[in-house]
Design a protein around this ligand. Structure first.
Ligand code: MLT
Length: 408
């Protein structure tokens, strides 16, 4: 009989969002008339911007003709898109990224889960608590974490508790670590890392010869001009950091799937014999073996995000969700809740009312307001006592949800 990768048995029961889906479905089955409003998983609801959808449609048409048909895409992506990314995402902020340092993919989630397999199992991994569960679970599956303790903390991970009294900023580790996952704007807390925060992390990584895996999937939601959109806006980051981006929460691509990871050529990893290797070359090797690239129509759609009309439409979409977050923050604050995030991020991080833990608050909102949320404990032990609400919803449903929650 085939045997199992035993590390899978160390995973906590279910991936957070399917678990929330199951609880929501069982509530819906028991209450078929309830009008449930989903503000749990951060999934977008509005249509893909017209210029982007049109570009995808035209590309599909090209594929229907022998003369314009295209087969396998280039491994890292078509130049027409990579050049736009280098110019608009980085060049416009004074950051020089070469097109061949950009690897297109089916999203930041997949890249952030896959990247760890290049690294040895003996690396010490640090991640924030609370954390986007993919960083943790992908390391559990690989066998880098040991078992979880009674509170659900893996003994082999170094947790960086992001506490309210420190504005949810992660502290530097108090020991050596090799790999560090950072996410700004943060999922789930909505907090952002300042220039000074990032400079501290880069200094740490340089002195410890660590690598930072920087997830910037929500950078378009930054409204504060002083906050860096890319870690590469800071000196020295290109030696120690890789960065992930996504079109999911900007162009509405959660279902279409497209993102990219920047792997600068100078980021190095060391082998047991002491030799240094370029992470760029290894990621290229990994991707070209296990992945065949983003489809042509999707790349054309992503490229259309950088035309003047595309940029405007994407900005409107992001601003729409940010306006939702502002409404939510205002209504909940007026109703007496303590609310964080939502100003540079599409997520609000709310303190649970006295006497309720985060699953208790989740159940209360589901049962009494028919609103689906995400319990903070699902993001790690330090998420207990908080609940996340996503601003990715239609405006009238945001308003309904706020009316219901504020009336509780
Ligand atoms: C979330 O709700 O945290 C996100 O939708 C998850 C994701 O982007 O994979």
């Amino acid at each position: 009989m085939a045997t199992l990768n035993e590390n899978y048995l160390k995973l906590k029961a279910g991936y957070l969002f399917p678990e929330i889906g199951r609880r929501t479905q069982s509530f819906a089955d028991a209450h078929p008339d309830a009008e449930i409003i989903k503000m749990g998983i951060g999934d977008v609801v509005r249509g893909i911007p017209r210029p982007v959808a049109d570009a995808m449609k035209d590309a599909c048409e090209e594929l229907a003709h022998d003369e314009t048909f295209r087969g396998y895409p280039p491994g890292q992506g078509y130049d027409f898109l990579l050049e736009h990314i280098a110019e608009h995402e980085f060049g416009s902020r004074g950051v020089q990224i070469e097109t061949d340092e950009i690897f297109l993919s089916d999203g930041a989630k997949c890249d952030s889960a896959n990247i760890q397999e290049i690294f040895g199992l003996d690396n010490v991994v640090a991640m924030t608590d609370p954390v986007y569960p993919v960083y943790c679970d992908s390391n559990v599956m690989a066998g880098r974490t040991g078992k979880a303790d009674d509170e659900g903390r893996y003994v082999g991970l170094v947790y960086l508790p992001c506490l309210e009294e420190a504005d949810f900023a992660p502290p530097l580790p108090d020991r050596h670590v090799d790999l560090i996952y950072l996410c700004s704007p943060n999922n789930p807390t909505g907090a952002v890392l300042t220039r000074a925060d990032l400079a501290r992390w880069i200094d740490y990584a340089r002195s410890e010869q660590a690598i930072i895996i920087f997830d910037a999937a929500y950078e378009a939601y930054i409204t504060d001009d002083s906050i860096p959109h890319s870690i590469y806006e800071l000196d020295g980051a290109k030696d120690v950091a890789i960065e992930m981006r996504s079109y999911s929460k900007t162009a509405g691509f959660t279902g279409v799937r497209c993102g990219f990871t920047v792997v600068p050529k100078q980021v190095q990893v060391v082998s047991a014999d002491g030799a240094q290797h370029s992470l760029h070359g290894l990621w290229n090797r990994r991707q070209s073996t296990k992945y065949n690239g983003v489809s042509y129509p999707v790349q054309r759609g992503a490229a259309a995000c950088y035309t003047p009309e595309g940029k405007k439409a994407v900005r409107e979409l992001v601003d729409f969700y940010l306006a939702n977050a502002t409404i939510m923050r205002k209504r909940l604050t007026e109703a007496g809740y303590t609310v964080f995030g939502g100003d540079n991020a599409p997520y609000l991080w709310i303190t649970c009312p006295t006497g309720l833990d985060s699953w208790g608050f989740f159940d209360k909102l589901l049962n009494e307001a028919n609103v689906v949320s995400t319990p903070g404990a699902g993001f790690g032990a330090a998420g207990e006592g908080y609940l996340r609400l996503s601003a990715f919803q239609h405006r009238h449903l945001v308003e309904d949800a706020m009316n219901r929650i504020c009336a509780l």
